[in-house]
Design a protein around this ligand. Structure first.
Ligand SMILES: NC(=O)c1ccc[n+]([C@@H]2O[C@H](COP(=O)([O-])OP(=O)(O)OC[C@H]3O[C@@H](n4cnc5c(N)ncnc54)[C@H](O)[C@@H]3O)[C@@H](O)[C@H]2O)c1
Length: 278
């Protein structure tokens, strides 16, 4: 079997589509999403531009579904890039669902796809600015570290936090903090296969779906105004960095997080860095 340069992009929403389009300049793209029709529509759009793209259905919270995707990638000779973009924002779901999609999902994907990483491969997991703004008590950090791939992670976290504290907003921040921990922790294992794993934390990013919210949400505009760059980021300002991090030009970058937020985290909190223990 001849090895193709395959980029697996999981999540075919606004950011996933942008990342898939940028990666498709140099790679064949396999775009996976729980919404199979959305993934196929995005893949078809790329093909219409002359790129090589296929689609797959994958629910990142289901071990069976993730291992089926891994088998598909194995049949294609492995991957050169893995971008885990799928995620849920706090307004979309309750504590458990957010934790499962945003942390259990990437943890399972990283575990299942590692055997198919080609030498020189890179995995990039999309985290969030929110991961940089949360103080995580050590017992909670221990659950995030030790149970990221286990079905009972959200129950364990709720037991640690107390039911009243287990909000969607906190689930979002903790799940993304857990992603930062995951990439730091897994870097040594990925290095054994001459591969890298790291996270990218976008700040406020203008997505097609977010455009209306930007018009109506004064708090979001006020927050953006506090950033040195005083605006939302663009999708290409994320996808170009992901493409760089996925390339050999970033061959010494692993086990870390790249924050792309226009300087917002630094501007709003002197104490946020080191606020939690990764
Ligand atoms: N848009 C922003 O401003 C922003 C900022 C920081 C971080 N992020 C992160 O970027 C990522 C993508 O954001 P987006 O704007 O593209 O979101 P989006 O809602 O447009 O897309 C998310 C995609 O994930 C898919 N998905 C949901 N659950 C899934 C599952 N169980 N298995 C597989 N796929 C699933 C959805 O079907 C959807 O296509 C998320 O992880 C989000 O937390 C976004």
């Amino acid at each position: 079997m001849t090895k193709e340069s395959l980029a697996v992009v999981i999540g075919a929403g606004g950011m996933g589509a942008a990342i898939a389009a940028t990666l498709s300049r140099d790679h064949a793209v396999l775009l996976a999403d729980i919404d199979a029709a959305r993934a196929e529509q995005r893949a078809a759009a790329l093909r219409s531009e002359g790129r090589t793209a296929t689609a797959a259905c994958c629910d990142v919270t289901s071990a069976e579904s993730v291992y089926a995707l891994a088998a598909m990638v194995g049949e294609r000779g492995g991957f050169r890039v893995l971008a885990h973009v799928a995620g849920m924002s706090p307004s979309m779901a309750a504590f458990d669902a957010i934790m499962r999609v945003n942390l259990l999902g990437p943890a399972r994907v990283a575990q299942a796809l590692l055997p198919f990483a080609q030498p020189g491969a890179a995995a990039i997991v999309i985290a969030s600015l929110g991961a940089h703004l949360v103080a995580v008590p050590p017992p909670v950090a221990a659950v995030l570290r030790e149970h990221a791939t286990q079905d009972d992670i959200s129950e364990r976290l709720r037991a640690e936090l107390g039911e009243d504290a287990a909000t969607s907003d906190l689930a979002y921040q903790l799940s993304k903090f857990g992603v930062l921990m995951l990439c730091r922790r897994e870097a040594a294992r990925w290095a054994e296969r001459q591969a890298r794993i790291l996270s990218v934390s976008p700040g406020l990013i203008a997505t097609p779906m977010g455009a209306r919210e930007w018009e109506t949400n004064a708090a979001k505009r006020r927050l953006a105004a506090m950033a040195p760059l005083k605006r939302e980021g663009r999708l290409d300002e994320i996808s170009e960095v992901v493409a760089f991090l996925a390339s050999d030009r970033a061959s010494f970058i692993t086990g870390t997080d790249v924050l792309i937020d226009g300087g917002l985290a630094g501007a709003i909190s002197d104490v946020s860095f080191g606020g939690g223990s990764i």
